[in-house]
Design a protein around this ligand. Structure first.
Ligand SMILES: [Zn+2]
Ligand SMILES: [Zn+2]
Length: 231
C-alpha cells in the first residue's frame, strides 16, 4: 500500500483537526450561559433541573424575585438560593477548553481586589455585614459511596467525576439527594444519604447536618447508598 505517504499523513491531520473542531462546536451550547450568552464564569447549577448559569447571572435573576429556572421555568420554591449548587465540575470543563478565560478572570479579580483594598489603606469589612451573611454560609463536603453490604452493587460514582462539592449551607439534604441521583441517572427515591453512619432526613439543611450530625473537625463527608428495598 502507498497510502502512508506524506499526502495521506496530511489528509489524516486535516481529518483530526476537523473532528476536534466539530467536538468543540458540539459541546459549546452546554458551556454557554443562557442569561449573558458567554461561557460560564463560576458556574452554578440548579439542582432541580441541572440547568447551569454564571454565578452572577443566576444570583441577579433570583434576586429579582424570579423563583424559577430561567431556561425551563421549574419552580424553585420560596428559598431559590438554596436550590443552586456551585458546579466545579462543569466550570473545570470550561476552564480546560478555554484556559485563556481563566487567566483573564484571575487578572480581573486581582485588579478588582487591588482597587478595593489598596495595600496602603486596607479597608476592614464591617462586622455587621458578616453576621447578616451568616445564613448564606457555604458548606464544603465530600460525597462518597457508603460501605457496601455483601453482594451490593456499587453506584456509578464515576458519573459524579469530582467528589468534592461546595454549596449554600441552606441546601436541603433532599435537594442534594435529587442532584446526586440525577447525576448518577437514578430516581431520587433510589438513593439514601448518610452522615457518620446516620441516615439523613431530606428536610435538614446541610449546615444543620454539619453542625449536629457531623462532629469531627475534618471536612464533612456525606455518604450515599442504594435505598433499601428499592433494588
Ligand atoms: Zn452568565
Ligand atoms: Zn431549568
Amino acid at each position: 500500500m502507498t497510502s502512508d505517504g506524506p499526502d495521506a499523513k496530511k489528509q489524516k491531520s486535516d481529518d483530526d483537526w476537523r473532528r476536534t473542531s466539530f467536538k468543540i462546536a458540539d459541546v459549546n451550547p452546554h458551556l454557554v450561559c443562557a442569561l449573558c450568552g458567554g461561557y460560564f464564569r463560576d458556574c452554578h447549577t440548579i439542582t432541580e433541573c441541572l440547568h447551569s448559569f454564571c454565578q452572577v447571572c443566576i444570583l441577579a435573576h433570583l434576586r429579582q424575585n424570579k423563583n424559577s429556572c430561567p431556561r425551563c421555568g421549574v419552580d424553585l420554591g420560596p428559598h431559590p438560593m438554596t436550590a443552586v449548587l456551585h458546579d466545579r465540575q462543569l466550570q473545570a470543563v470550561v476552564d480546560k477548553i478555554f484556559p485563556e478565560f481563566e487567566d483573564i478572570d484571575r487578572q480581573a479579580r486581582q485588579a478588582r481586589r487591588s482597587l478595593e483594598a489598596p495595600p496602603s489603606a486596607p479597608r476592614a469589612r464591617p462586622r455587621a455585614a458578616k453576621t447578616a451573611r451568616a445564613p448564606e454560609e457555604e458548606v464544603s463536603f465530600k460525597v462518597e459511596q457508603a460501605p457496601l453490604a455483601a453482594g451490593e452493587e456499587p453506584l456509578p460514582i464515576e458519573l459524579l467525576d469530582k467528589p468534592y462539592l461546595k454549596t449554600n449551607g441552606n441546601l436541603k439534604v433532599g435537594q442534594l439527594r435529587k442532584y446526586l441521583a440525577r447525576k448518577m441517572r437514578l430516581r431520587s427515591e433510589e438513593l439514601e444519604l448518610l452522615c457518620d453512619g446516620e441516615e439523613l432526613s431530606g428536610e435538614h439543611a446541610l449546615r444543620f447536618v454539619k453542625g449536629t450530625v457531623w462532629t469531627k473537625p475534618s471536612e464533612l463527608v456525606i455518604q450515599f447508598r442504594r435505598a433499601a428495598g428499592d433494588a
